[in-house]
Structure formats: C-alpha cells, structure tokens
Ligand binder design. Structure first.
Ligand code: ADP
Ligand code: GLC
Length: 475
C-alpha cells in the first residue's frame, strides 16, 4: 500500500502545535510497520537548512492562477520517512507559519503543488491522507481528478480532523482563482455563503478520522462542531477516532538528551534531580519536597487558561510552585507575568517557544495542568504520563481517552480529571492530587500507572492502516 501524507506542518521541519508532532511521526511509524509512505509538507523559512538533504526537483512548475509558479522540492528523511518539502518562497518564507490574510491561498497553492509533485515522483498513492482545513483543497481536487485523470483513478482520500475550531474560511468569490470554478467544486466549499476548506474536506473525502474516540463523538454535537456538526453527523458512518501516539524516541526519560538526569518507572531518582535542575533553571529556591505544577501550551482559550487563572492563587497558597511555558494571547501572557511578579519565589514563566525547555519541564515537574475547554487529542498529557508527571485534566476529547482517575481503593488510574468547565471542580482535583502527593507511596503508584501506559505510535499506525484498508474497500 502506498500512502502519501500531506500536512501544513511536520516535525522536525516545522511545528506550531500537535499537528506537527503527528504529521512528523505517523509516516515514520507507518514505514516501521512496512507501509510505503511519503510525507509532503511546505519548506518554510523556519525549516532548518540541515534538514534539506537534497534538491529533489528544481523545476516543479505548478500551474497556478492562470500562470506557472516555479517552485522547487527538497528531499529529506529527517523525520524517519521519505519527505518532500515544497519550496515556494513568496508563500512560505515569512516570519510565521500561519496568521496571514491569504493563508487560504497559501495552502490552496501548497495542496495543488503537492498533487503535482506526487504525480511527478512515481505511481499514484493508494491513499492520500489529508490533515485539517489546510488540505481541504486536495480533497476537492482529487475528487475531480479521479473522474478524468487515469493516474488518480484508484486513489482514495482520508481526511483527519485535528481541530474543528479552525476551518479555513474565505470569500467564495476567490474559488475560481484556485481552479475551483466548477459548480460541483464550488458547492463542496460553500458554507453559509462563504467558502470553507474544512467543510470541503469533510464533505468529499472518502473517509474521515479524528484524533481521539471521544472527540469523534463531540464534533457531532453543536458545541464542538463549530457549525459543521450536521456534516459530521451525516457522515458519521465514515468517521473514526484514532488517538494520537507519542514518539517515544523523542519523549523518553531514559534517553532524553535535553534532561539532566535519566529515569524510568523502576527508579525515579533521576526525576528528583531533574526537579532540582528545573527549579534552578527558573531561579526558584530549591525546596524539593514542594510540588511543581506545570503547563506548556499555546496560550489560547481552548487550553482552559481562564480556569488556571482562577485557581493559581489557591495553588500558591499551598506553597507549591507553578511553572508555565507558552505564548499566545496577550491577556494570558500578562496574567502569567503578573503572577510571577506577585510570587517570584514560587512562579517561573517562559514566554515563547522552546522544545528543550518543554522536555525539562516534563521531566522536572510533579503535576501537569491541562483543563482544556476542548481538546481533540492533546499530546502533553501523554508526554507527562511517560515522565511520571501526573496530569490533572478536564474530561474532554483525547484527555478523557488517555487519563483515568486515580482510585485509591483499587490503586488504578494515572491522573485526575473533572467534568464541568468550572474552577471549583478543577480545584477539587488539585486538592485531591496534593493529598495523594503527600503520601509518597500513593504518588509512586499513580506515577507508575502512567509511565507504564503504552501510547506508542505503532498502535496508532496500525489503526490507520486498518482505516486505509477500509477506505480502499478491502475490509
Ligand atoms: P495543540 O496542538 O492544540 O497546541 P497538543 O497538546 O496536541 O496541543 O500539542 C502541543 C505541542 O506543542 C506539544 O508537543 C507541546 O509540547 C508543544 N508546545 C506548545 N507550546 C509550546 C512552547 N511554548 N514551547 C515548546 N513546546 C510547546
Ligand atoms: C490539534 C489539537 C490537539 C491535537 C493536535 C494533534 O492541534 O488541538 O488536541 O493533539 O491537533 O492531533
């Protein structure tokens, strides 16, 4: 089976969030279980030159907006699988990866260039695996191509939803510019009078998936469907939830090169050392017995920062530390800064993005807070589990699928979770966690339960192979 994964971001070439982690790791995991997979992603200005191993195509002439765009494609296997990176400077050599008025045009171009490239490099893939709204354009183009281009006739599409909240909406009058002037194509995009790349992907792809089982249910309801729940309900017989995996080659406390001491579920001594180093890194006094609450995230409303703001004072009142890594909305950045100014001996913040610090925090912290409003999957709670950092999460999406409440009677469960989006419910779990933390043996049990959980990509990749088979009508 030949699979082409198309994604707007992929680690290590680019990353703004979990989509990058997933799109980098899945093709590698597919390859490891014997699937012939290739990844196609843009070459951004941010993509490090060391990852561009060679020039694969220097005349990838892409028919575009009535002319020809002279793009290039680089080749790499830096993520562990064959990758082609589309180089189109006017679209991708910019200060940031997203956030431009014409993002829809940038990714419409990328999609068309990706299909042009695939046709150039070999036999047609059996499956083109598309990710999020950025790839809705390919879904529509492939549906059309299949009708008249023999090359694509057997190819089927899988469309994965990583976040329903972002839909790539733009003015429908622009569709013709991107080659979607035909009535059928136009209708695929039309949503409430505008064009929606997410809607198009959901409507025309052969099968749909999303990144946890619970989120697959949630997006069929108005609260998380963002106006497209009618469509996910309509296509629910073609929609599956596959929980993301963790790349344990990158996130492993036994070997992690970013952390100062190594450890595993049998011996957690190294974690104590990581905690000491983490406190030092943030210039906090080293009181090793006090718990560290941590958070690493994009600072947006999705992540439940409002709840963290409401409970932060209570956490500090217990004498615990809070460490936060992230950047995003100003009101949230300002809050963390004010908290740090208020309690400089208990609060550590880093406003920005740092892979290496993310690893150090996962290793050194005791408790990870993820009270998300909604969370399609979430990766940090899974990284936390592997690093013996106990998660407190809201029971939504992938957080609900991967975190089980600790039960002191049976000794089962790997963390703490609460239902309603409420600071009081969150605080209850925080106190419960602190109570468990006070008893080292209990805490050890919770840590071990989490560290032993297997969220590897191999499991998830097998489920994708089943989905591909089903999409091809082989099951
Ligand atoms: P989302 O994709 O919604 O942001 P996920 O939990 O799926 O949420 O993935 C977020 C990824 O981005 C994780 O790998 C996390 O470690 C990383 N991340 C987020 N913010 C930062 C930051 N400021 N510095 C380093 N890594 C970050
Ligand atoms: C999105 C979601 C996150 C998920 C990630 C990867 O960014 O917000 O929950 O883990 O995609 O699928």
């Amino acid at each position: 089976m030949r699979v082409a994964v198309i994604s707007a971001e992929a680690v290590p070439y680019s990353k703004t969030g979990g989509l990058g982690d997933v799109a980098g790791a899945l093709p590698k995991a597919l390859k490891q279980i014997g699937v012939d997979s290739v990844l196609v992603t843009p070459c951004y200005w941010q993509t490090k030159a060391e990852y561009l191993w060679s020039t694969a195509i220097d005349d990838l002439n892409v028919d575009w907006r009535g002319g020809v765009y002279p793009a290039k494609a680089f080749y790499s296997e830096a993520n562990g699988s064959p990758t082609f990176l589309i180089d189109a400077p006017s679209y991708f050599h910019r200060d940031s990866i997203y956030g431009y008025r014409e993002d829809h045009e940038r990714f419409a171009f990328f999609n068309h260039a990706a299909l042009t490239l695939l046709k150039r490099i070999g036999p047609a893939p059996d499956i083109v695996h598309l990710n999020d709204w950025h790839c809705g354009f390919s879904a529509v183009e492939l549906a059309s191509l299949r009708r008249w281009d023999a090359y694509w006739q057997q190819t089927r599409t899988v469309f994965s939803i990583h976040n329903m909240a972002y839909q790539g909406v733009f003015g429908a009058d622009e569709l013709w510019k991107f080659g979607f002037g035909g009535e059928q194509e136009r209708n695929a995009f039309l949503s409430n009078g505008a064009a929606s790349a997410m809607k198009a992907g959901l409507l025309v792809s052969d099968t749909l998936s999303t990144v946890s089982r619970r989120y697959a249910q949630e997006i069929q309801m108005p609260e998380n469907g963002y106006g497209l729940d009618w469509l996910t309900r309509q296509r629910s017989d073609r929609l599956v939830g596959i929980t993301n995996g963790v790349d344990y080659e990158v996130w492993d406390p036994r070997t992690d090169p970013d952390i100062g001491a190594h450890f595993d579920e049998q011996n957690l001594e190294g974690k104590r050392e990581c905690k000491r180093l983490l406190l030092e890194e943030f210039s906090l006094p080293v009181r090793i017995e006090r718990p560290i609450f941590a958070n690493i995230t994009r600072l947006t409303a999705q992540k439940g920062i409002d709840l963290m703001m409401q409970v932060a004072g209570e956490i500090l009142a217990t004498g615990a530390y809070i460490i936060s890594l992230g950047s995003g909305e100003k009101r949230y950045e300002d809050f963390w800064q004010a908290l740090r100014d208020h309690a400089p001996d208990q609060v550590g913040i880093f406003r920005g993005y740092s892979e290496s610090l993310a690893h150090k925090i996962e290793a050194g912290a005791d408790i990870f807070m993820m009270p998300s409003k909604f969370e399609p999957c979430g990766l940090n709670q899974m990284y936390s589990l592997r690093y013996g950092t106990v998660p407190i999460v809201r029971a939504v999406g992938g957080l609900d699928d991967t975190v089980q409440n600790f039960d002191s009677v049976t000794g089962t469960g790997n963390g703490f979770k609460f239902g309603p989006y409420s600071a009081d419910r969150f605080l209850e779990r925080i106190y419960e966690a602190l109570f468990a933390y006070a008893d080292p043996e209990t805490w050890r049990t919770i840590q071990r339960n989490g560290m032993e959980q297997d969220n590897s990509w191999q499991n998830a990749a097998r489920k994708y192979v089943e989905l591909y088979g089903w999409t091809l009508g082989r099951w």
